[in-house]
Design a protein around this ligand. Structure first.
Ligand code: NAD
Length: 257
């Protein structure tokens, strides 16, 4: 048997951990018994990590040197990196004609270049140990587009290409790479969008959720961050050793149509 249900504690580096999906992943990993370095540019992440027994490293991941420093710090503190979860992300909504170039660059730097540099930096440690897991938090917007989100959608589509390439290069080295593609998850990133859209359309927030966010959903509810964290934990486990290069939709049925 190559797949094993036996739990093995690992060293995980998770990005974007002060709230939302990243926070849920750090909590779930810590509860399982993994050693976690939580990385975020928001210093409030230190307390969030400490609460669940994880370590924290402050880094603005739009800076390439900070990405490399985050991996170096995980290796300094724990001796290796086994699991990398690329999760940090932001959103900016504007039509292409009006999309600020600086915002485009910030989103691509954070959501495509940082995952590349973090993967590149963690790779030697994973290769030396003959075991590694790269888990990229993409989005339903890595599969389909919506107007107004050009940078986010381009970064997320790019992340699928990075995932597939890492899977091919890592296969012989015991390293897997997979992407998770959620629809709307109940996090601060979405709370802000609900408030903005309610103002924009003169709607109640509940109407925004039902008529805009869940328009394409078969299951009519928002996703809980913990549901994404459970999938991350599976992909990070020994049992998922044969799963690589794939995109896991957790999208309420959005892309089934
Ligand atoms: P969130 O806003 O709750 O969390 C994002 C985290 O990223 C925060 O902790 C923030 O401080 C951190 N961050 C932002 N800029 C950073 C930077 N420059 N350097 C380091 N850290 C930075 O959002 P979330 O909803 O939990 O999103 C997490 C990921 O999930 C994102 O990549 C997002 O695109 C993806 N996602 C979210 C949803 C959703 O509906 N919430 C759906 C699909 C995909």
């Amino acid at each position: 048997m190559t797949g094993s249900a036996t739990f093995i504690p690992r060293v995980a580096l998770v990005t974007g951990t002060t709230s939302g999906i990243g926070e849920a992943v750090v909590r779930h990993f810590s509860e399982l018994g993994h050693q976690v370095l939580a990385v975020d540019f928001d210093s409030a992440g230190a307390e969030v990590a400490e609460r669940v027994g994880a370590s924290f490293f402050e880094a603005d991941l739009t800076d390439g040197e900070a990405c490399k420093a985050a991996v170096a710090e995980a290796i300094r503190r724990f001796g290796r990196v086994d699991i990398l979860v690329n999760n940090a992300g932001i959103q900016h909504v504007a039509p292409i004609e009006e999309f600020p170039e600086a915002k485009w660059r910030q989103i691509i730097d954070l959501m495509l270049t940082a995952p590349f540099l973090l993967t590149q930096s963690a790779w030697p440690s994973m290769r030396e140990n003959g075991w590694g897991r790269v888990i990229n938090i993409a989005s339903v917007h890595a599969q389909v587009a919506s107007p107004g989100k050009s940078a986010y959608i381009s970064a997320k589509h790019g992340m699928i290409g990075l995932t597939k390439t890492a899977a091919l290069e890592g296969g012989a080295q015991g390293i897997t790479a997979n992407a998770i593609c959620p629809a709307y998850v109940k996090t601060p990133l979405v709370d802000n969008q609900i408030a903005d859209q309610a103002k924009l359309h003169g709607m109640e927030e509940q109407e925004v959720i039902e008529q805009i966010m869940l328009k394409n959903a078969a299951v009519k509810r928002l996703i809980e961050p913990g549901e994404v964290a459970e999938l991350v934990a599976y992909l990070a486990s020994n049992s998922a050793g044969a799963v690589t290069g794939s995109s896991w939709n957790i999208d309420l049925g959005w892309t089934a149509q």
